[in-house]
Design a protein around this ligand. Structure first.
Ligand code: GRF
Length: 206
């Protein structure tokens, strides 16, 4: 393995379909990175099995064994600094990262969210969109800052919301797009094609 290969960590808590999309992009050689570690906050996350199947190192860091959120985040930081990591991708990671974590890896953490931010941040974004009655929703990849789904936006894809949609059908339509969008955003970062100006992410001309 070349010494200077770009190293990714993916943080998960559940199903891991976005993790799978990242793994598939790496295996198709569309993404020139090493997925160094997958860290889960839940023991039986299907995401862990997906990673193991592809020979990727996994670790479950159990929130129940730490006295508080700060101590848990410190364990995460220590693990990631051991490697060390170039980019941390949150993919269905269900814990809110504290200030120390965000500052330690400032500009190196990204997340995918199933709405067109800033609309519908937080939990159940697809349900929020259906209930609000919007005609378009979608997905967003953004840098992570200290707020909830509030960091600078890297890429977005819009999808239509139909009259007959329920949370499940809209989630499925959005998820298909997430699986294209997340690897695409990672690729832009790996290839150093982005620059950050305030909260605006600009795409450098090549
Ligand atoms: C995705 O909808 C993602 O946008 C959100 O959590 C879900 C994770 O799904 N942050 P998966 O675990 O990647 O299948």
């Amino acid at each position: 393995m070349p010494l200077n290969i770009f190293k990714l960590a993916v943080l998960v808590s559940g199903r891991g379909s976005n993790l799978q999309a990242i793994i598939d992009s790496i295996e198709r050689k569309e993404l020139n990175v090493r997925l160094s570690i997958v860290i889960s906050s839940t023991k039986d996350a299907p995401a862990l099995k997906r990673a193991e199947k592809h020979g990727i190192e996994t670790v479950f860091i159990d929130p129940a064994t730490y006295p508080n959120k700060k101590a848990y985040d410190k364990a995460l930081i220590d693990k990631l600094e051991e490697i060390p990591i170039d980019l941390i991708c949150l993919a269905g990671y269900m814990r809110i990262l504290g200030e120390e974590f965000i500052q330690t890896f400032s500009g190196k953490i990204i997340n995918i969210h199933p709405s067109l931010l800033p609309a519908f941040p937080g939990l159940n974004a697809q349900k929020q969109a259906v209930e609000y009655g919007v005609k378009f929703s979608g997905c967003t990849v953004h840098f992570v800052d200290e707020g909830i789904d509030s960091g600078p936006i890297i890429l977005q894809t819009a999808v239509p919301v139909y009259d007959y949609d329920k949370e499940g059908s809209l989630s499925q339509r959005i998820l298909e797009q997430e699986h294209h969008l997340y690897p695409k955003a990672i690729k832009l970062i790996v290839e150093n094609k982005l620059s950050l100006n305030g909260r605006t992410v600009a795409h450098k001309k090549s």
